[in-house]
Design a protein around this ligand. Structure first.
Ligand code: ARG
Length: 456
């Protein structure tokens, strides 16, 4: 079903606010991938890289004609685009042993001078997307970064096409349970012509229906998205369930947000049961197989791809410890502890710890039984250290954020706990779109004004 064109003011580049909940590590480990390629040396200082490359591309910016300017693009923006482009193109050539980048740099520079942006070759795009994963400091699953499948859909920016391609992405990534890391890259931002956006934080999101008393049926993390979907005409589950899949919300440039239902047969889900505790299945828990992050933008060499949804496969603690365990999410630990016969009267009984372990075990067991790829935090920690070592062998330092890398269960039993990391920001990379104003400011007025349905 295609829900009606929505009513969000065109050009409102807003996102779903967190509404003051702790910004969890809900977006913890990312995909899982493969092998690093050839060495490169990305200098912290762009000018150092310029000098090393000896091309004078960005370095030569001072020689640009006076008065050189472009609509919608001040000199500082172009300046930084030229520098970013040169760094990236040089890295691409170095790592892939393509010889001197000079010719390509010359073309890129002319293109930027003429249009304010440049178009990556398909090879640059694929490499850039993979390196963006490699540079994701919060992701524990980067060992397989080279295996990322890149779907080049830069010609696409119409909302219905984005929705259709997203569904196709989901099917290809799901692959019957043998999950493949995939990214789809939609149209880039260009001067005076922004690319499309996917408003949903992931392709598959369970609705969170908020009652007047503030209680939520479903996933509280998606209460805002649910509210917005309702405003766009999505009827919601009849009756509202705990695992109702929201439509995908897309914003085409210069147009209102639209909602697009995801066909049920494109969404693989796993019912959660426990290998020993028979009652576990009665909790009625389930989770979707593939986490496709859809609200981050991809920056490659200064070009921004505002819609570039990507996925890996799950690590069990993301679902068990966090999605089901967090008190601000499905809050299942008290329920499980009660079924286990544990006393929840005092924290000292460690009922949370015990319930969480069984929950994580249930998740990893159920995915395995269903033939759906999943990893556990012990395995993934060892792999991550192997990844860091391999990166170092290639002369690269691997940026990592301890607070995200260390798993939210049995932390000190994993080797990633017992060391520190260098954390630094380096592109290509994925970034969150700038936070929106509050739901009230960003959406409510607009929606209410246009639909007359929502009052908040
Ligand atoms: N933590 C997020 C979730 O529970 C998914 C983040 C990406 N995770 C991944 N394994 N690629 O849905």
């Amino acid at each position: 079903m295609h829900l009606s064109q929505s009513q969000i003011q065109s050009g409102s580049r807003w996102r779903i606010p967190g509404r003051g909940r702790p910004k969890s590590r809900a977006l913890a480990p990312e995909p899982d991938g493969v092998e690093p390629a050839a060495p490169r040396s990305l200098h912290a200082c762009p000018m150092a890289a310029t000098a090393a490359a000896g091309t004078g591309f960005a370095g030569g910016i001072a020689m640009l004609d006076d008065g050189w300017s472009l609509p919608d693009h001040g000199l500082p923006a172009l300046d930084s685009l030229l520098i970013s482009a040169e760094l990236f193109i040089t890295m691409f050539h170095n790592e892939n042993h393509l010889g001197p980048p000079d010719r390509r740099l010359w073309h890129v520079r002319s293109e930027i001078e003429a249009s304010g942006t440049y178009w990556h070759t398909p090879e640059e795009l694929a490499f850039g997307a993979r390196v963006a994963w490699r540079n994701s400091a919060r992701c524990i699953g980067r060992l397989y970064w080279q295996s990322l499948q890149v779907r080049d859909r830069r010609a696409i920016s119409a909302a219905p096409d984005i929705a259709a391609e997203s569904v196709e992405h989901l099917r290809e990534a799901t692959n019957g349970g043998r999950i493949r890391p995939v990214i789809t890259v939609f149209a880039p931002d260009a001067p005076g012509s922004p690319g499309p956006r996917i408003i949903s934080s992931q392709f598959v999101r369970y609705a969170g229906y908020e009652a007047a008393d503030g209680t939520v049926t479903g996933d509280p993390a998606n209460a805002d998205l649910t509210w917005l979907a309702r405003g766009l005409g999505w009827p919601g589950g009849q009756p509202a369930g705990r695992f109702d899949i929201l439509p995908l919300l897309v914003q085409e440039p210069g147009a209102p947000v639209t909602a697009h239902e995801i066909p049920a047969d494109a969404v693989l889900e796993v019912p959660i049961e426990h290998p020993e505790l028979a009652w576990f299945a009665d909790l009625g828990l389930r989770w979707h197989a593939v986490p496709v992050i859809s609200d981050m933008y991809l920056d490659i060499g200064g070009v921004r791809y505002p819609a570039a949804p990507f996925n890996g496969w799950y690590m069990c603690t993301e679902i068990g410890s966090r999605n089901f365990g967090d008190s601000g999410r499905y809050d299942q630990l008290p329920v499980i502890a009660a079924r286990m016969g544990l006393s929840v009267a005092s924290d000292r009984s460690l009922w949370k710890d015990r319930a969480m372990t069984e929950l994580n075990l249930a998740v990893v067991h159920s995915f395995g039984k269903a033939g759906v790829t999943i990893t556990d935090h012990h395995t993934e920690s060892v792999r991550f250290l192997a990844h860091i070592e391999r990166e170092e062998r290639h002369g690269r330092e691997c940026p990592a954020d301890w607070t995200w890398i260390v798993p939210p269960a049995a932390s000190s039993t994993t080797p990633v706990f017992h060391r520190y990391y260098q954390n630094f920001d380096q592109t290509p990379n994925f970034y969150r779109h700038p936070a929106p104003a509050s739901r009230k400011e960003a959406g409510l007025h607009v929606l209410a004004r246009h639909t007359g349905q929502l009052t908040g």
